[in-house]
Design a binder for this molecule. Structure first.
Ligand code: HEC
Length: 344
């Protein structure tokens, strides 16, 4: 009896194993769509792709046609030292640009978002910046007696504005407002290319161009007529460094680099951070890839076959075998009983 049972169970085991081993080809699995996104809709995705491509083309065409029909000349692209992902601002140029701003532009334009302390460590030492700040007078107060008083500037003071308010600025400039230059490079299309072209682009108006009194012709300014007179010319300033020629182009370039810095004072730090983050994440990604492969290797190299049809078949066969076993047992018992009865 026990022998029979062992035979049967080992037969069952072999049967099940052979049925699992029989085929190495997995049946095709299909995942019925459960709503939501499905990869099995190529037409929909194709249509969506074509639509967004067409929308992109339309926007591009509109942008270029509007650009082409604008009422000014496009500023040519200059090769700035600071353009490019790994380039820093030319700090000597920033320093010269500060002096150009102070000597030329500060008489009309404010730079209200910059303070003297911002210059420290960028284009000046602390004592130089202090000396610059002390050259201005600041209205401060009230003091202990409730009086307002004037004092020399401190590092924490912002650059002084040439006019008390916008109205005063407008009345001094024929009704036009000289904008604050702190963020002008970021605020204008073309950035420093535009400002450079604007400063160096003054010329005679073409025949038939009617200029109003107090306006000047500049092809880079929208409309061509600007209220700012030509501010940059050869030798309007003298540089500390005698080796740098004070040509109009040099002066305009330096003030543009300075204004680029005021627009994005953190640009150098940002680029430095980019280099650091790229290097560190390359290292960390490499290590985590290795660790992931290492930790998952046991799981990844394990084979698990799940073949529903074969499992069902094996179950069926096991059931049949169990049934056969039960019948065999029953017969044996019947025989025993018969024997017993006979003996009796
Ligand atoms: C005599 C006063 C005066 C001086 C000096 C001056 N500007 Fe201007 N600036 C103006 C006025 C006024 C406007 C407004 C022009 C307009 O809206 O028509 C202006 C406008 C500008 C604009 C904005 C143009 C735009 O697209 O709206 C920039 C940039 C600019 N100036 C840069 C400078 C720089 C840089 C300097 C120094 C090198 C300088 N300006 C010197 C009076 C001046």
């Amino acid at each position: 009896m026990a022998n029979k049972f062992r035979n049967l169970s080992s037969k069952l085991f072999h049967l099940a194993r052979s049925s699992f081993n029989r085929t190495s080809v997995r049946p095709r699995m299909s995942f019925p769509g459960r709503g939501g996104f499905s990869v099995a809709r190529p037409k929909l995705w194709g249509a969506l792709g074509a639509l967004s491509g067409a929308a992109g083309l339309l926007i591009y065409a509109l942008e270029t046609s509007v650009d082409a029909s604008s009422d000014c000349v496009h500023p040519p692209h200059q090769h700035w030292n600071h353009s490019g992902l790994l380039a820093a601002l030319d700090k000597e140029s920033v320093r010269r640009g500060y002096f150009v701003y102070k000597e030329v532009c500060a008489s009309c334009h404010s730079l209200q978002y910059m303070a003297y302390r911002n210059l420290v460590g960028v284009c000046m030492t602390e004592s130089e910046a202090k000396a610059e700040a002390e050259a201005i007078t600041v209205r401060d107060g009230p003091n202990d007696e409730g009086e307002y008083f004037e004092r020399p500037g401190k590092l924490s003071d912002h650059f002084p504005s040439p006019y008390a308010n916008e109205e005063a600025a407008r009345s001094a400039n024929n009704g036009s407002y000289p904008p604050d230059l702190s963020y002008i490079v970021s605020a204008r299309k073309g950035g420093e290319d535009y400002v450079f072209a604007l400063l160096t682009g003054y010329c005679d108006p073409p025949a038939g161009f009617a200029l109003r009194e107090g306006l000047y012709f500049n092809p880079y300014f929208s409309g061509g007529a600007i209220a700012m007179a030509q501010a940059v010319d050869n030798e309007v300033v003298t540089f500390e460094d005698a080796n740098v020629a004070a040509s109009a182009a040099q002066i305009a370039k330096d003030v543009c680099v300075f204004l680029k810095w005021t627009s994005e004072p953190e640009s150098d730090e940002r680029r430095l951070l980019l280099i650091k983050v790229t290097l560190m994440s390359a290292f960390l990604i490499g290590i985590s890839y290795y660790i992931k492969r290492f930790k998952w290797s046991t799981l990844k190299s394990r084979k698990i076959f799940f073949i529903p049809e074969l499992e069902a078949q094996a179950k069926k066969e096991a059931k049949e075998a169990a049934e056969a076993l039960r019948k065999a047992k029953e017969q044996e018992c019947n025989k025993c009983e018969n024997k017993n009865e006979k003996q009796e």
